[in-house]
Design a protein. Structure first.
Length: 354
């Protein structure tokens, strides 16, 4: 548990942001905040919480819940109109790009295989089109599933080649591809992602740190921090989720993602967000400059709390759980001296024309 969570000398009400505090942009996976995943539910929850950016992943735009990759032109138009109504913008496209098998082998998993040439031409191109449709410069993605039970390092050359081609496709579309650390993929640790990033060596490829995705693999908070340091040079943005283990740390091989059920807000988990964000504070100004050169408005911290459950392709928090997770993150940011924007009365007045 982070130290400040039990520090009686500190409270959220007593801290005033300093003028020189670096600022981040708060965002989140809006589908997690909606009981039915409808666009109206998602946007109403985010607007009420004071958020102005969201990552689009699953949404019901009137024809049932769909992954963003399956949205039709009319559904995209519906979502865009609702974004305007609720004053929201897309921070990143929450695509599943890279969550497919590297090799067409039966490894007893349910992951699908798609020949890479077809995958690049169809799925990656589709993600780029959608990013433009939603006016975001960022696409979230992954590092492919190696055959279950094999050493991910044995598959680094193929992953580096394929991710290099994805990065180049994004670059040609003036977009940036973010590679998220996650269990069971080739890039399952900070060390592996750092190696991938270094070998791909492409300006359109950045890394997405997610402390919760590391601690669920059985790593301690000290190991999480070390993996953050490994990823630091290639960092593009962060996902914020945490996990509190009911049992002592035990390193896992394959992680049963469907059985994970102890996700918690970032101020009470085992990941050590306080230490990570305290260090991250120093790199925000430089990273902000770097991202703005690629058309990104700033440094995003993207909430993906999973506080009511999470799995391989998504999670759920509900409007209440998402609010709890947001407040937990804000407390952490206040404590370490990172500023952030939440809608205030001036924003409401501006929308009314004052």
């Amino acid at each position: 548990m982070d130290r400040f969570a039990t520090d009686p000398s500190w409270s959220m009400d007593t801290r005033t942001p300093m003028a020189n505090d670096p600022r981040v942009i708060l965002s989140g996976f809006a589908d997690e905040a909606a009981n039915g995943k409808t666009a109206v539910q998602q946007f109403a929850a985010f607007a009420a919480l004071g958020l102005q950016y969201y990552t689009i992943r699953f949404v019901d735009a009137g024809n049932g819940v769909k992954n963003v990759m399956q949205l039709t032109k009319s559904e995209i138009t519906t979502v865009r109109h609702l974004e305007d109504e609720y004053g929201l913008n897309v921070s990143s496209l929450g695509s599943p790009i890279g969550k497919v098998k590297l090799l067409n082998v039966d490894d007893k998993s349910q992951n699908k295989y798609v020949p890479f040439k077809r995958y690049l031409a169809k799925d990656v191109n589709r993600a780029c089109e959608l990013a433009h449709a939603f006016e975001t410069k960022l696409i979230r993605g992954f590092s492919f599933y190696h055959p279950r039970g094999e050493d991910p390092r044995d598959h680094l050359p193929q992953v580096v080649d394929q991710l290099g081609q994805i990065a180049e496709a994004c670059h040609r579309s003036d977009l940036t591809f973010g590679l998220e650390v996650e269990a069971n993929l080739v890039g399952q640790t900070g060390q592996l992602l750092n190696e991938i990033h270094r070998k791909v060596n492409h300006p359109a490829l950045v890394l997405i740190f997610d402390a919760g995705n590391i601690v669920t693999q059985g790593f301690s908070s000290d190991e999480v921090f070390q993996q953050y340091l490994d990823m630091k040079r290639g960092m593009g943005w962060m996902h914020i989720k945490d996990y509190r283990r009911p049992e002592p740390v035990q390193r896992k091989g394959h992680v049963d993602e469907g059985a994970l059920k102890y996700f918690v807000p970032s101020d009470i988990g085992d990941s050590g967000h306080e230490a990570v964000l305290r260090d991250f504070r120093g790199m925000i100004p430089h990273l902000e400059q770097k991202l703005k050169k690629r058309g990104v408005p700033g440094v995003f911290l993207d909430l993906e709390p999973h506080v009511k459950g999470g799995g391989q392709f998504g999670g759920f928090s509900g409007p209440d759980g998402f609010g709890v997770a947001l407040r937990g993150l804000c407390r952490t940011l206040d404590y370490v001296g990172i500023d952030y924007h939440i809608r205030d009365f001036d924003d409401v007045l501006a929308e009314r024309g004052f």
